[in-house]
Design a protein around this ligand. Structure first.
Ligand code: PMP
Ligand code: GLN
Length: 380
């Protein structure tokens, strides 16, 4: 039978994690911490499960969590959003991304994405009859190529997806870049989807310029984040989308038929934790910067070339001094033969460059894991 996603297989994250498990490799491929989230947040889930909060939540999210999200974006971005009509809790950022795309992209619409680009956008666009236009970021800085972006915009452009801090590079957008984007799309109806799941992980004293900090852009944006990244609870799958009323209304129409709602005890626990630990988000960058520094220190004696990540929890590394293999083969070899699993970066690109020699390591790991991996990588 004709399939709807003929070019889609199992995601690289599952493939590499499984290969890592089979070969008992240190898994720095799929992005998830090898440590738990705060004790208190886990205690609160148990509390709510034991005290009867086990039925459906309101489909838009429990009020205390929507309020906590509202407070958080006021604190960090000076944004004033309405918790009732503009904040929707979803089952991870993934669901919010799927719902935002499904609610807005129509047959024949074009959606602009920047390569390397996270893997869940394009299948969602295609399932809705749209087409992705891939604009390559300028390497090695992973910056937007404005000329290429301008040329990619057409009368059919429905949406531009902006992932900042960027997976896999960790690069954020500057204020000037937000202004430039605003100027470029000012007289169009183009929507924005801001995938900001790494919003609280930016290094070296930089700050993350959320689309919510830019009033003009915020008026046409779905801004999406994930508690999985912020609280080290990727398995809970709780995220959210902030968008103006008209966009939130459309998103909710779709969200109510994908999952209807997100698990109740998790939402209540996250809200409690956010309310009692408002300082937590601001401490996260320091926490991950230390891990980045440990990992970079470990591999500085290796033959991998790298520039320390500027955000997120991934370190890119160039292996051209080690091997001529293409990145998919090298990542497999590294997993099966060297005992460290990583993600090949070309799978995030529409047109892999045959000479690209970049892989991605996740450093959201305990010091011991990072040191152990570093030792293995230095032997190559
Ligand atoms: N966007 C990006 C850029 C990601 O790296 C991830 C996940 N890890 C997601 C979205 C999905 O987040 P969630 O697990 O909350 O669905
Ligand atoms: N976002 C995670 C990563 O980039 C993977 C999440 C997933 O496995 N879908 O590694």
């Amino acid at each position: 039978p004709e399939t709807k996603l003929p070019n889609v297989g199992t995601t690289i994250f599952s493939v590499m994690s499984q290969l890592a498990a089979e070969h008992r490799a240190i898994n720095l491929s799929q992005g998830f911490p090898d440590f738990d989230g705060p004790q208190l947040i886990r205690d609160r889930v148990v509390h709510y499960m034991q005290s009867g909060a086990n039925q459906y939540a309101p489909f838009i999210g429990v009020p205390s969590l929507r309020q906590a999200i509202k407070d958080k974006v006021a604190r960090h971005y000076g944004a004033d959003v309405d918790a009732e009509s503009e904040v929707t809790v979803t089952s991870g950022a993934s669901e919010a991304i799927y719902a935002a795309i499904t609610a807005t992209v129509r047959q024949g619409d074009e959606v602009i994405v920047f390569d390397p680009c996270y893997d869940c956008y394009e299948p969602a666009v295609e399932l809705n009859g749209g087409v992705c236009r891939h604009v390559a970021l300028d390497l090695p800085e992973f910056k937007i190529n404005w000329l290429a972006l301008e040329q990619a915009i057409s009368p059919r452009t429905r949406m531009i997806i902006v992932n900042a801090p960027h997976n896999p590079s960790g690069v954020s957008l500057s204020r000037d870049e937000l202004d430039r984007l605003a100027e470029l799309i000012r007289d169009t109806n183009i929507l924005l989807l801001g995938d900001e799941v790494y919003e609280h992980i930016v290094f070296d004293g930089q700050s993350h310029n959320s689309l919510l900090t830019h009033k003009e852009l915020a008026r046409r944006s779905f801004v999406i984040s994930s508690f999985g990244k912020t609280y080290h609870i990727t398995g809970w799958k709780v995220g959210y989308c902030i968008a103006p009323v008209a966009l939130s209304t459309e998103l909710r129409k779709v969200h109510q038929y994908i999952t209807f709602c997100t698990p109740t005890p998790m939402q209540l626990a996250i809200a409690d934790y956010m309310n009692t630990h408002p300082e937590y988000e601001s401490e996260l960058s320091g926490f991950y910067q230390e891990k980045r520094d440990i990992f970079c220190h470990e591999i500085r004696r290796s033959r991998f070339g790298f520039t320390p990540a500027k955000g997120g929890y991934f370190q890119l590394a160039d292996y051209s001094q080690i091997s001529d293999m293409d990145d998919v083969s090298f990542a497999r070899w590294l997993t099966t033969e060297a005992g460290v699993a990583a993600i090949p970066v070309s799978v995030f690109c529409e047109q892999p460059k045959p000479d690209a020699r970049l892989i991605r390591f996740c450093f959201a790991k305990n010091e011991e894991t990072l040191k152990h991996a570093g030792e293995r990588l230095c032997r190559l």
